[in-house]
Design a protein around this ligand. Structure first.
Ligand SMILES: NC(=O)c1ccc[n+]([C@@H]2O[C@H](COP(=O)([O-])OP(=O)(O)OC[C@H]3O[C@@H](n4cnc5c(N)ncnc54)[C@H](O)[C@@H]3O)[C@@H](O)[C@H]2O)c1
Length: 329
């Protein structure tokens, strides 16, 4: 089976390429490298000892995407390509709406033209907005607080409408919670451009001495220790969730939460990181970050029941793997 992976050189995409190649899929990556490097794909090939066909293209460009579909018999698409920085999306909404929505439309049109019936989409827990935890796939989505989140909700809506009009078009909407960690080889991991937005790369950069102190955004949330609670998932568990989704994909639209199902506070994660690495993480507590919610964690029963998928890597492993990668770069 040949899978087109858009954004395959990025953080989640590159780990998913490993899982795909190890599961026997053939992989074509389309990435414009706006937030990644071609060397990452070389490392994926080094780890798996398998080949990737790479197109350096922008997936909002219909002609470039058409070329890939016309040159290969593609069986399925996993669409990771997109921008993901919530704060930046508030400052530059058009950039986010354009890239994240047009890329989805262009790819779905190519799927229709070339009769590709399997589509896996990178959605996000952000689409739940301020709902009650744990988030369930059956919940009515509340408005999100930023253009990034809206771009995911709109892309989901487009895919739902297209699939309802053409039920043979099988779509998995995968709502990721908070992916962290890195491949156990230490060769690939999360490499944010500039200052990190996410907690784990922030912690590892403080541990390495690149940043003096961790900033914790708010310790007055209605959570057990006052800091924000999130559902962390090892990026390799998340990657394997895509294989399960592809294998079990049936006609129509299917939404799945990919998370661990457990909430962990910022302070808990910092403590586990310190215990696993023996490195103290100094921190300051500052004001809450606009748009952040107190708690976010998944109900993961649907993915377990329908995809037979569940996480097998714990927080300690996430911390060790993230740190091994940070030390290597
Ligand atoms: N990392 C997270 O915490 C998280 C959580 C929920 C959802 N997601 C979603 O998962 C997907 C992957 O996230 P990630 O963390 O791997 O991000 P990433 O930035 O590491 O990877 C995205 C990749 O897409 C590429 N890209 C972006 N726009 C493109 C375009 N128009 N054409 C071709 N390539 C393009 C980038 O160069 C990059 O390699 C994104 O859609 C993101 O919104 C991520």
């Amino acid at each position: 089976m040949i899978v087109l992976v858009t954004g395959g050189a990025g953080f989640i995409g590159s780990h998913t390429c490993i899982a795909l190649l190890e599961a026997g899929f053939k992989v074509i990556v389309a990435d414009n490298l706006c937030n990644s490097r071609v060397e990452i794909l070389n490392k994926v090939m080094e780890i798996t000892k398998k080949n990737i066909i790479f197109y350096e293209i922008d997936v909002t460009n219909e002609h470039s995407v058409d070329r890939i579909f016309s040159e290969h018999h593609i069986d399925g698409v996993i669409h990771f390509a997109g921008y993901k920085a919530v704060g930046e999306s508030v400052k530059e909404p058009l950039k986010y709406y354009y890239n994240n929505i047009i890329s989805t439309i262009v790819l779905v049109r190519a799927c229709q033209k070339y009769k590709v019936q399997r589509f896996v989409f990178s959605s996000s827990a952000t689409v739940y907005g301020e709902n009650e935890v744990p988030f369930k796939e059956s919940m009515i989505l509340k408005p999100t607080t930023n253009p990034y989140g809206e771009s995911k909700t709109i892309s989901e809506r487009i895919l739902i409408d297209v699939s309802e009009a053409n039920p043979a078009f099988s779509v998995a909407l995968l709502r990721y919670f908070n992916p962290i960690g890195a491949h156990e080889s230490g060769l690939i991991g999360e490499e944010p451009n500039g200052a990190p937005n996410n907690l784990m790369p922030y912690i590892t950069q403080v541990a390495k001495g690149k940043i003096e102190k961790l900033r914790i955004f708010g310790a007055d949330y209605p959570t057990f220790d006052g800091t924000g609670v999130r559902d962390y998932i090892h990026v390799m568990d998340l990657a394997e969730g895509h294989i399960a989704a592809l294998i079990h994909l049936k006609e129509g639209i299917h939404k799945y939460n990919l998370g661990s199902g457990k909430g962990t506070s910022v302070l808990e994660l910092v403590t586990i990181f310190e215990e696993e690495t023996g490195i103290k993480i100094p921190f300051d507590v500052i004001d809450r970050r606009p748009g952040d919610i107190a708690e976010c964690y998944a109900d993961v029963r649907k993915a377990r029941e329908e995809l037979n998928w569940y996480v097998i890597r714990d927080l300690r492993m996430m911390c060790r793997d993230a740190w091994r990668f940070e030390k290597n770069i």
